[in-house]
Unconditional design. Structure first.
Length: 164
């Protein structure tokens, strides 16, 4: 797995006031290797459904938890500079066009170790177990938690949803 981020200034406009009003944006990337996804697929295709589903769920849980840990570290780092983060924004959710995946992924193209992460023609991330999202960062932002808030998440069918 890989978890990385970059702090930029003046990216956008996103047509999302919470992001556009910030002096900085923090672009985040979390991804599993293709080998993990291939192993899940092999288990399922081989009829090992229980093992495949357990590995799939376990990897998703680890990916989300590690991403949350990275987000807390980002919030702490930026707080030292007097900046606070907005809530998390992901392409394809909350009015942010999925096509933003291309511009956000381009922020990581100088690191060739990440070249295995790519987009399909419809802007879906490959490997499938990958996340690309961003925060706004500014001195004027209120103090918010970077923890995922299911109550504002549009994915109401999520397996991990804690809000009923």
């Amino acid at each position: 797995m890989v978890h990385c981020y970059t702090v930029l200034s003046g990216v956008g406009p996103f047509a999302i006031p919470d992001l556009d009003d910030c002096s900085h944006q923090v672009v985040c990337l979390s991804s599993c290797s293709e080998a993990i996804v291939d192993t899940i697929t092999e288990l399922l295709n081989g009829g090992d459904y229980l093992e495949g589903y357990i590995l799939n769920d376990m990897i998703s849980e680890i990916l989300f938890n590690a991403s949350d840990q990275m987000n807390r570290a980002i919030a702490e780092e930026l707080a030292l500079a007097g900046r606070r983060l907005t809530r998390r924004f992901s392409p394809g959710e909350g009015g942010m066009e999925l096509s933003w995946q291309a511009a956000l992924l381009a922020c990581f193209r100088e690191d060739h170790a990440l070249d295995y992460i790519r987009l399909t023609d419809t802007f879906m991330l490959v490997p499938e177990k990958s996340m690309l999202y961003l925060f706004g960062a500014d001195e004027k932002n209120p103090q918010l938690s970077v923890e995922h808030d299911c109550s504002v998440c549009p994915n109401v069918d999520c397996f991990f949803r804690t809000e009923k």
